[in-house]
Design a protein around this ligand. Structure first.
Ligand code: TRP
Length: 455
């Protein structure tokens, strides 16, 4: 009885997931996206290869996973958007502002995310145009510096996102992910095997897998922490929102573990493909690194290296290229959906507007910011620093503090016991509170304070 009440809480425009798999698929769909295939390999190349990989694995499993459990639990307990959720669980005036900060981070991240997603989408067409002899169209659509083209494709992407969001929760979001994820893994594996057989790729494997620990510094840790939060969709309440549609029958820690493993696994595979491909491209005369060891242009790098790789494969490369970029576009779409869902559910819950009106108004508002970024992609770097690398971990810090010291971990564990019968006696119940009370907040705080030294 209580289950149903919560699942359909507060507004008729709220929904709930269709099936057990629904939440996991949607949360994994939210997590897997450009962060894995664009963000992660770029950060690895920019931050010392395997040293970054190791810190990223640590921040994802030791910090990201406990925070993910925290967010989903807050969402399911309250059945609310991030602002409403903090209001429901405490009388604090401050924490609803944390929810609001999350909504703002989501809006800003989505504004640049659609532009990059547009690049990925454009490349699927580039491969097609090339093959059918439309060379000029191919050159046009792959030009990441063409502002009006960027704006057009970003608009298409945003409209698709809005359309799906207005379709409601379960129908729109669950379906796409189910086929996309295994296919993406399949294509990645085949491409990895292809690249590993190319002469010149071994240097990349070494850079990716053999750590030089002397490269670990506060800058690297700051970037890895931000990347983990971004890739796992944490720190701004996306998973509070998704958790609010979750039934009491689900085992939250288990679902979170699956999402974390899937996300980190796909990022790892993307690195195994793209880092060697970068070295391959470099040995073929494409300029990747400056003399100083810095990347030439980190924002667009992946979109230079991958098409070059597909082109080098001949006709079969077209098939792989189109498939890969279409899959990446779907992966990006299941992520933009989760980003837009946060402000939309906030407006639905707190201002009582309809889902349709909320999605169109907010979506088009965000698109207006995307238009600026379409013409100035160099702004993306600043957005990443402020909203990903600072905003999301800061949100994660405050969410941990909220559970640990205001709502209390025992109450959270009590909520988790629905769907996880023996939780009280489990190892999880002993370890997770230690992470949420001490390890997560202190590690994030340390990283953010170190960061002040970087600038
Ligand atoms: N995780 C997604 C990616 O890796 C991006 C994303 C979707 C996100 N929803 C989010 C990032 C919420 C932060 C917060 O591409």
């Amino acid at each position: 009885m209580e289950d149903n009440l919560l699942a359909s809480a507060s507004s008729t425009d709220r929904g709930s997931w269709n099936s057990k798999l629904g939440f996991i698929l949607a949360a994994a769909g939210s997590a897997v996206g450009l962060g894995n295939i664009w963000g992660f390999p770029t950060q690895v190349a920019d931050n010392g290869g395997a040293a970054f990989l190791i810190i990223y694995l640590l921040t994802s499993f030791l910090i990201g996973f406990p925070v993910m459990v925290a967010e989903i639990t807050i969402g399911r307990k309250t059945g609310k958007n991030p602002v409403g959720a903090f209001k429901a669980l405490s009388s604090s005036k401050f924490f609803p502002l944390v929810g609001l900060w999350g909504v703002i981070c989501g809006v800003m991240i989505l504004s640049f995310y659609t532009v990059i997603a547009g690049w990925a989408f454009g490349y699927a067409f580039e491969e097609i145009f090339y093959t059918i002899g439309l060379d000029q169209a191919a050159v046009w659509i792959q030009d990441v510096g063409n502002g009006s083209k960027n704006a057009l494709v970003a608009a298409v992407f945003m409209l698709a996102t809005i359309k799906i969001i207005t379709g409601g929760v379960s129908e729109g979001i669950e379906r796409a992910t189910k086929t996309m994820m295994p296919l993406l893994i399949g294509v990645l594996l085949i491409m990895i095997i292809y690249v590993l057989f190319q002469p010149g790729s071994s240097e990349g494997i070494v850079a990716y897998l053999l750590p030089d620990f002397s490269l670990i510094d506060s800058d690297l840790i700051f970037s890895a922490m931000g990347q983990s939060f971004f890739s796992l969709s944490l720190g701004m309440g996306a998973l509070i929102t998704y958790g609010s549609y979750l039934s009491k029958k689900e085992n939250i820690p288990q679902a979170a573990a699956f999402v974390t493993l899937a996300d980190v696994g796909i990022a790892f595979l993307a690195g195994l493909l793209i880092i060697p491909a970068m070295y391959l491209a470099q040995s073929n005369g494409v300029e990747i690194f400056k003399d100083s060891g810095q990347l030439i242009d980190s924002t667009t790098l992946v979109f230079t290296v991958l098409p070059a790789l597909f082109h080098s494969m001949g006709t079969i490369g077209v098939i792989f290229g189109v498939t890969f970029f279409l899959l990446l576009s779907i992966a990006a779409l299941t992520s933009t959906i989760s980003l837009l869902e946060v402000p939309v559910s906030y407006a639905i819950d707190e201002y009582n507007v309809t889902r349709k009106k909320s999605a169109w108004t907010i979506g088009l508002g965000i698109l207006a910011i995307s238009m600026v970024i379409a013409f100035r992609p160099d702004f993306i770097d600043y957005f990443v620093i402020v909203f990903n690398n600072i905003g999301l971990p800061a949100g994660g810090f405050l969410i941990s503090v909220f559970i640990a010291y205001i709502w209390k971990t025992d109450n959270a564990l009590e909520e988790m016991s629905h769907g996880f019968a023996g939780i009280k006696e489990s190892l999880f119940a002993k370890v997770w509170p230690v992470f949420i009370k001490y390890i997560c907040p202190l590690a994030i705080l340390y990283t953010l304070i170190q960061m002040i030294g970087i600038f």
